[in-house]
Write a protein that binds this ligand. Structure first.
Ligand code: HEC
Length: 154
């Protein structure tokens, strides 16, 4: 019976990697190490709550937007091509003409001046992983760096 012990130990050690995060997310983030995956899940969970509070009124819970009034975030070429402007826009809002997937929008997106860098990071992580197939965390530090440059690009 002796050889069984190391084998059992091995199974117990690797079990969490297979038993955690079942379903779609588990498969999608399987390449990340355990800590990174847990952190990503936390950012996504917080980001989703904030998205529902601050963004879903206009962009809709499923990110598909509303006709020609509010552009979609889901599969949006703007989101993929202008990540910095998207992050700045969460705090500073958007004004003027904007073309999303070939459709011109020209409505004002209101600023949220009181929103913190961490909250922006959580919303951005949620939006990019949920609607643009990214598998990365946008950290609070990333947001700090991007926010410094907002005025020039905005
Ligand atoms: C009052 C409605 C409204 C709210 C609330 C709102 N937006 Fe917007 N959003 C807009 C409009 C309108 C535009 C287009 C702006 C323009 O025409 O210049 C836009 C543009 C965008 C874009 C760039 C275009 C695209 O579709 O990829 C992103 C990304 C975005 N919003 C994300 C968010 C996020 C994240 C939140 C929540 C923090 C949010 N918006 C809250 C109305 C809104």
């Amino acid at each position: 019976m002796r050889p069984l012990a190391p084998f059992l130990l091995f199974i117990i050690t690797i079990m969490p990697f297979f038993s955690c995060d079942p379903g779609r997310d588990g498969q999608r983030y399987a390449h990340l190490d355990r800590r990174a995956r847990i952190r990503l899940m936390q950012y996504r969970a917080e980001g989703k709550k904030l998205y529902m509070k601050y963004c879903s009124n206009c962009h809709q819970a499923d990110g598909t937007g509303l006709a020609r009034l509010y552009p979609p975030l889901k599969n949006s070429d703007y989101l993929l091509n202008h990540p910095d402007s998207v992050i700045c826009g969460i705090r500073h809002g958007h004004k003027g003409e904007m073309i999303v997937n070939g459709i011109t929008f020209n409505q004002e997106m209101p600023p949220i001046p009181q929103i913190t860098d961490l909250e922006i990071a959580e919303i951005a992580t949620y939006v990019f992983t949920e609607f643009a197939d990214s598998v990365m965390i946008i950290s609070q530090h990333d947001v700090q760096e991007i926010m410094k440059k907002c005025r020039k690009t905005h």
